[in-house]
Design a protein around this ligand. Structure first.
Ligand code: ADP
Ligand code: MG
Length: 719
């Protein structure tokens, strides 16, 4: 669901998230086409255009995704296979030959500190002319140990002029690429763009603010982010852009919230003791203390008349669904004021997958059986006639509770009286998607539920000013799942153990990391199925479910598994979230290292049950690959700790889904490292908003314009 709305700023010249916005249109040289710059040329420009780099402005804001140490500090004795290194050395031999396959191969031998190494390039015969015996160069790349000693294939190279010594600090920018556009082309274009246009970039911040915050001015920041003179200046440039990005987002959210509150048009749902009792009586269990507390928080929010904006965090299996249902029932029990008919508000529940939406529909349907509440499902996989009928019921208000996927965001779906939006297990629905659901005059209440403990600072950075509820206990009787790491050599033993547990009457999942919609992925899950059905699990009834099946087929397989028709379910990770089959207490995760930690934890949550202790085996494929994730996964720890580690391993940008194709992951990816800056930007944005909520001071003109361009359409901030 890669956030198309999130990634589509209203103004095509407005840079996506994380970009410095210096650069718009044809202002003063920024609009110069790259092909007019020295060293770019028509054919390179065509490649660059595929990366979205057409003008000088585009290149300036094409930020590096990483940097390589190019300092030449390493000695041969420092090398280890597969680990990036940079060496300075003297060229001792240059040789070009043609391989058996007919490819030209250039080999350059270098005498470095502590020994010699070889650098090799295929298909780049022209490069030979640039080397001569006796030259001094710095190479950077990933070495391997070959027959004749250490070898670098296609290293980055820097020629040192006579007498130049390698710097102790030289950082080489590594850019996001696309197929057929080499790093060198992008680097050259960016450098040409810097020379041509860095000084034309328009500063977003007033000079007083730059000074007060110690931020690098835009032109200097652009130069240092692309061509850092040293580590300190790189950090300063990065800090400026991270700060700018966070500050602008915070300000935009603050302005948005200000307008929301000014409207104060959210439904007023007074949940009195009677209604509270009536709602809770619908559940086949007592609410835990945690659920009672969160229900009270939700009830208080919903009675206030301004939109609830609440994030509910709770580990997998902590019982968040009950709270969604609680809030939804409070909503549909609320009469629309001034309406003389008995019209009630509608509640919307958005799930990340169709399967989950269907399961929620079944769960809610069971809970509300006989209540007269109309529950309506809308998902992409429905026949279009069904979908249209659902949309009609949503639009004319017959539907009370609407459950669906992002198909609900499709244009054409209009809600008669939206009172509440619940977003389940989907931290990737950012604030902008939520804004989309806020149609009509008023703003509905919003409840976002996630099993991923987004640290408060990050939650604030991404969701803005929201309140956080925590469900920090599991319903009674839940036990942690016993988790094992299974090395490749132990797979047979594992399957034997797994089979013995199935024989005891447990049901189990086998999760295969197939890419659902690729033929190769499909083949791998099919072959796993064959292997198990003809091997260790041949005694059992096995179901197979994956993303290529039609929704109805998938639903049938799931139903049969749920009803015990199948002992084992081989599935792709689409069972990841929310699926609830009480007897399923076994799980094997194949190629576990290809899943993220949060995902592994979500998967394992499927077999965390009351009564019987769940068992989970994570089979790893490659015994030598580093596996900090798997190590963290099998260590006894709770989901929250785990997800925090996941954040550290993956970077927050990925977690919160702000990372978009084309946008540099660098900046948001370090939200965790930059927590202090998040807090600072937030505080500053609030200050500024309080001083000048309309940003009417002339020195803020550029800032206001940038915010409107970037967020205006999605947050309704336009003039
Ligand atoms: P999650 O927070 O992962 O969405 P669910 O809402 O799916 O968790 O709840 C997991 C399971 O726990 C469900 O089967 C649900 O019926 C059950 N459950 C929820 N709350 C309670 C409770 N208070 N007592 C007993 N079981 C509960
Ligand atoms: Mg759930």
């Amino acid at each position: 669901m890669d956030a198309t709305t999130d990634g589509a700023p209203a103004d095509p010249a407005a840079p996506p998230h994380g970009k410095p916005d210096g650069a718009r249109g044809d202002e003063r040289g920024l609009g110069t086409p790259l092909e007019r710059l020295p060293g770019v040329g028509t054919s390179r420009a065509r490649g660059l255009a595929r990366l979205g780099l057409v003008t000088v402005a585009d290149a300036l804001v094409h930020f590096p995704r990483d940097y390589r140490d190019f300092s030449g500090v390493h000695a041969v004795s420092d090398l280890s296979p597969g680990e990036h290194a940079s060496l300075a050395g003297d060229v001792t031999a240059v040789q070009t030959r043609t391989t058996a396959a007919g490819r030209p191969l250039l080999t350059v031998r270098l005498a470095c500190r502590g020994g010699s190494v070889r650098a090799r390039w295929f298909n780049m015969p022209f490069l030979a002319r640039r080397f001569a015996v006796g030259m001094r160069v710095v190479i950077a790349g990933v070495p391997r140990r070959a027959a004749g000693g250490w070898e670098f294939a296609h290293p980055e190279i820097r020629w040192l002029s006579a007498g130049e010594v390698e710097h102790a600090a030289e950082w080489l920018a590594i850019y996001p690429l696309t197929e057929g556009v080499p790093q060198t082309h992008v680097r050259a274009a960016v450098q040409a763009a810097l020379a041509h246009g860095a000084d034309c970039a328009v500063e977003a911040f007033p000079a007083t603010m730059l000074a007060a915050k110690g931020l690098l001015p835009i032109a200097e920041a652009l130069r240092q982010i692309h061509l850092p003179a040293d580590r300190a200046r790189l950090d300063a440039a990065r800090r400026r852009f991270v700060y700018q990005e966070l500050f602008m987002l915070q300000l935009a959210l603050r302005i948005h919230r200000g307008r929301q509150q000014a409207r104060r048009a959210a439904p007023v749902s007074a949940v009195d003791a009677r209604l509270d009792h009536r709602i809770r009586a619908r559940f086949p269990f007592e609410f835990t203390a945690g659920q009672r507390r969160v229900a009270a928080e939700i009830a208080t929010d919903m009675a206030r008349g301004e939109p609830m904006n609440r994030l509910l965090q709770g580990d997998v299996g902590s019982g968040k669904t009950a709270l969604a249902v609680y809030a939804m029932l409070a909503t549909v029990a609320t009469r629309v004021p001034g309406d003389d008919s008995a019209a009630r508000y509608q509640a919307v529940l958005m799930a990340p997958t169709e399967l989950l939406a269907r399961q929620h529909t079944a769960t809610v349907g069971r809970l509300l059986a006989g209540s007269g509440v109309d529950i309506c499902l809308l998902v992409g996989g429905q026949p279009s006639r069904e979908r249209k009928a659902a949309a009609a019921r949503i639009a004319d208000g017959r539907a009370d509770i609407v459950i669906g996927t992002q198909a609900l965001l499709a244009s054409g779906v209009r809600f008669a009286r939206p009172g509440l939006v619940v977003i389940d297990e989907q931290h990737r629905f950012g604030v902008l998607q939520r804004a989309l659901l806020q149609q009509g005059d008023g703003d509905p209440h919003t409840l976002v539920m996630t099993a991923t403990p987004i640290p408060r600072t990050i939650a604030h950075a991404v969701y803005g000013d929201l309140d956080v509820s925590l469900l920090d206990e599991l319903p009674p009787g839940r036990k942690p799942v016993a988790t094992y790491r299974v090395e490749p050599g132990q797979a047979d033993d594992w399957w034997e153990f797994y089979a013995s547990k199935v024989r005891e009457g447990r049901q189990g999942y086998v999760i295969v990391p197939a890419v659902d919609d690729s033929p190769r992925g499909l083949a791998s899950i099919a072959s796993m199925f064959e292997q198990l059905a003809n091997g260790p699990l041949e005694a059992f009834r096995i179901g197979l479910v994956h993303g290529r099946l039609k929704a109805a087929e998938r639903e049938e397989v799931m139903d049969r598994f749920r009803s015990g028709d199948f002992d084992v379910l081989v599935a792709t990770s689409l069972v990841e979230v929310g699926i609830d089959v009480p007897r399923a207490t076994l799980m094997t995760i194949v190629d576990a290292e290809s899943f993220g930690l949060a995902q592994l934890h979500q998967l394992r949550g499927r077999v965390a049950r009351g009564g019987v202790r769940g068992i989970c085996g994570a089979i790893v494929d490659d015994p030598s690959a580093p596996r900090p994730r798997i190590d963290a996964f099998v260590a006894p720890t709770d989901g929250f700790r785990l997800a925090e580690q996941d954040l550290l391993l993956r970077g927050a940008g990925d977690l919160v889904g702000t990372r978009q194709s084309g946008a540099p992951p660098l900046f948001l990816a370090d939200l965790l490292r930059d927590t202090a800056l998040v807090a600072e930007a937030r505080g500053d944005a609030l200050d500024l908003f309080q001083r000048d909520p309309l940003l009417s001071d002339p020195s803020l003109g550029r800032l206001r314009e940038l915010i409107e361009n970037r967020w205006g359409a999605s947050l309704g901030l336009g003039r």
